[in-house]
Design a protein around this ligand. Structure first.
Ligand code: KIV
Length: 255
């Protein structure tokens, strides 16, 4: 599927996107019917333990993109351009192409970087926009677009990205009324994270929706599983069985 065909999904079936950073999770997601896999630079937090996405490098993103690509046969893979990888048109083109070589089908760019986005799209590289809260440059994670002036700027950015021809755009942490207004104003499908139900699709960080780190709980995260508890229980059972001599038993031993 050509990523630009997502523009035809507007107002039809909701678009489903989840992040993946490794081979095994990517393989599971590829067996499920989701529309896109995002190798997000959120890997800085959930894979590397940093406080934010600012330290993530091209090398980190390429490593995880290759791992994800090995697990995926059919689902389009989108990769975040990390901080400073798209500072100039030349850098953006070179780095985006290295993601395509690593198995990605498109890239996501944070913010309204008109010249860079225009150059990538003209060169045939599909771009997903990202507006609202921009973690690469944000000093805080508060909701954006509450004040009328900020809302106006985000709406203008959305319209501009739409005109440039992004195939979809992420709306992060904005009030649902603003997300609704943007979704109506643009032809590109909007994909919300903390932007309410009126978006054309939704994305979550897989570790958040699986409940791996219970200390991270922004309002928009719904936990569809509690893997933290499941993992702890499995580790406890293993510990008890090894100490109690129950594992390995006859069945799990070579004879
Ligand atoms: O890095 C990421 O996972 C993202 C999503 C939150 C959209 O950008």
């Amino acid at each position: 599927m050509k990523l630009y065909e997502f523009r035809n999904r507007k107002g039809k079936e909701k678009i489903i996107m989840l992040t993946a950073y490794d081979y095994q999770i990517a393989k599971i997601l590829d067996e499920e019917v989701i529309d896109m896999i995002l190798v997000g630079d959120s890997l800085g937090m959930v894979m590397q333990g940093y406080a934010d996405t600012k330290s993530v490098t091209m090398e980190d993103m390429l490593y995880h993109t290759r791992a994800v690509a090995r697990g995926v046969k059919k689902t389009p893979i989108i990769v975040d351009m990390p901080l400073n990888s798209d500072s100039t048109i030349e850098d953006a083109l070179r780095n985006a192409k290295s993601f395509l070589d690593a198995g990605a089908h498109g890239v996501k760019i944070e913010g309204n970087k008109t010249k860079v986005i225009k150059a990538l799209i003209s060169d045939g590289i599909p771009v997903m926009g990202h507006i609202g809260l921009l973690p690469q440059t944000a000093l805080s994670y508060r909701v954006r677009g509450k004040a009328p002036k900020d809302a106006q700027k985000i709406l203008q950015d959305a319209v501009q990205l739409d005109k440039l021809g992004v195939f979809t755009m992420v709306l992060e942490s904005i009030p649902e009324g603003l997300a609704k207004q943007i979704t109506k104003a643009v032809d590109a499908p909007t994909i919300g994270i903390g932007a309410g139900k009126h978006c054309d699709g939704q994305v979550l960080v897989i570790n958040d929706m699986l409940g791996l780190d219970l200390t991270f709980s922004p309002k928009y995260v719904k936990r569809y599983a509690n893997l933290n508890q499941i993992i702890k229980k499995a580790v406890e059972d293993f510990r008890q069985e090894v100490r109690g001599g129950e594992y390995p038993n006859y069945e799990h031993t070579y004879h």
